[in-house]
Design a protein around this ligand. Sequence first.
Ligand SMILES: [Zn+2]
Length: 155
Amino acid sequence: MVKKCLRCNADNDDNAIFCSSCGTRLSGARPGILGPRPVGADLASRASIGFVMTIIGGFLIVLGSLALSYISTFIWGFATPPWFATMPSWAPVLIGIGLGMFVIMSSVLIYMPGYEALGGILGIVFSILSIMVLGGLIFGTILGLLGGLMAVLKK
Ligand SMILES: [Zn+2]
């Protein structure tokens, strides 16, 4: 015996509670047996790609900041990029770690139901700001930017 989904018309097993095709609760399923639709199914359709890209971008920005004096010395021969020349060498490192942490916090917002767009916009802003600390060799900046865009588009 099969149970037809009212929404997409797919055939489902008679014992099925949710449609195997579209996830809609099937009529005749005993309510309360699993409560409302499982949270995991919703999270899967949430801005999960944006979340992953943004959190990796944030960690790359933190790592790049920790290595900033090595990277700067390699490129410019000084422990800080030229635009930080008036600051002590630890200052841009701290700024970079802070920006990376903000990008990571933005990714947490992206993961939270209803906050995808806000997290995405914050992720984009902090990723752009991280260019000043070379944004994890720019890979962190690019990932954070794309992840933020994906979140705004709810991908
Ligand atoms: Zn269905």
